[in-house]
Design a protein around this ligand. Structure first.
Ligand code: BGC
Length: 263
């Protein structure tokens, strides 16, 4: 069973500034993060994701960001795939050569051997959201979702993360949830908010039946327009928009750079 990542507690022994990098399909983004407030402590640096986004090419971009930021300490990095014991085990929306890559070893090699911790992107964003965005969500079973190119998920129980839940790949009526209801599908099929909300609703009903969470938090760019679709959802579980929006991945990455118990 994968380890459950404990709730993030900022202790005196930790540095109050961390550095996080979020590796996404279109951009690799990094910033210093104030771990007391969860806010950026420097400008965000963004470099376009190299194509093909092979491990070596992405690691070079990561090294450029760290160098540009003149950051010397440990680094937390997110990737959009399963990360177990720091090895990437899936690659639904990234280059398939990531599968089997020891990401910690890869990034550390490109960063002069410094300390690196790697976590799934949605897991990192979920941790950041319940720590700094919606602290009420640090109690009970909560499902955090990011609706973007795919659907990323984080299952959080009393503030502890059960990593690599990958609910976007759960089949809902014979089709993977992320192929039915990601925001990329809305764009590709030119769906109205009403049409798309019906798809999201079906997915949430399935998650609700399986997990009975006390809350769903929905993130990703589309949660900025949450008033257009959250009110159309019919599941019994309360659904709230994420508050950190596009900073969550970087903030979560900076958090795990200070914890050595991540998966
Ligand atoms: C991947 C997840 C990732 C999500 C969001 C999915 O396709 O399997 O690991 O969290 O996309 O990037």
């Amino acid at each position: 069973m994968p380890p459950i990542v404990p709730i993030f507690v900022h202790s005196e022994a930790m540095s109050s500034i961390g550095f996080g990098i979020d590796v996404g399909g279109s951009g690799v983004k990094g910033a210093r993060v104030d771990l007391e407030s969860g806010e950026f402590a420097s400008e965000r640096i963004k470099i376009l994701t190299p194509q093909p986004a092979t491990p070596e090419a992405v690691a070079e971009v990561v090294a450029q960001i760290v160098e540009q930021a003149q950051w010397e300490g440990p680094v937390g990095i997110t990737v959009p795939g399963i990360v177990r014991d720091q090895v990437v085990e899936s690659a639904a929306n990234i280059d398939s050569s990531w599968i089997g890559t020891n990401a910690q070893e890869l990034f550390s090699r490109h960063l002069d051997g410094r300390e690196v911790t790697v976590l799934n992107d949605a897991d990192a964003a979920g941790l950041a959201e319940i720590t700094y965005g919606i602290p009420e969500a640090s109690r009970g079973p909560v499902i955090f979702l990011t609706l973007g190119t795919g659907i990323g998920s984080a299952i959080l129980i009393d503030g502890h993360l059960y990593p690599n839940s990958e609910l976007g790949h759960l089949e809902v009526d014979g089709k993977e949830a992320e192929r039915r209801a990601s925001s990329a599908v809305k764009e590709r099929k030119d769906l109205s908010y009403k049409q798309w909300a019906q798809r999201v609703d079906k997915v949430l009903h399935t998650y609700e039946e399986l997990f009975s969470p006390s809350l769903f938090i929905v993130g990703g760019g589309i949660s900025r327009k949450s008033e257009k679709w959250i009110p159309l959802l019919t599941c019994r579980t309360k659904v709230v928009p994420a508050r950190l929006l596009n900073t969550a991945g970087i903030v979560g990455a900076a958090m795990i750079s200070q914890q050595d118990s991540a998966s």
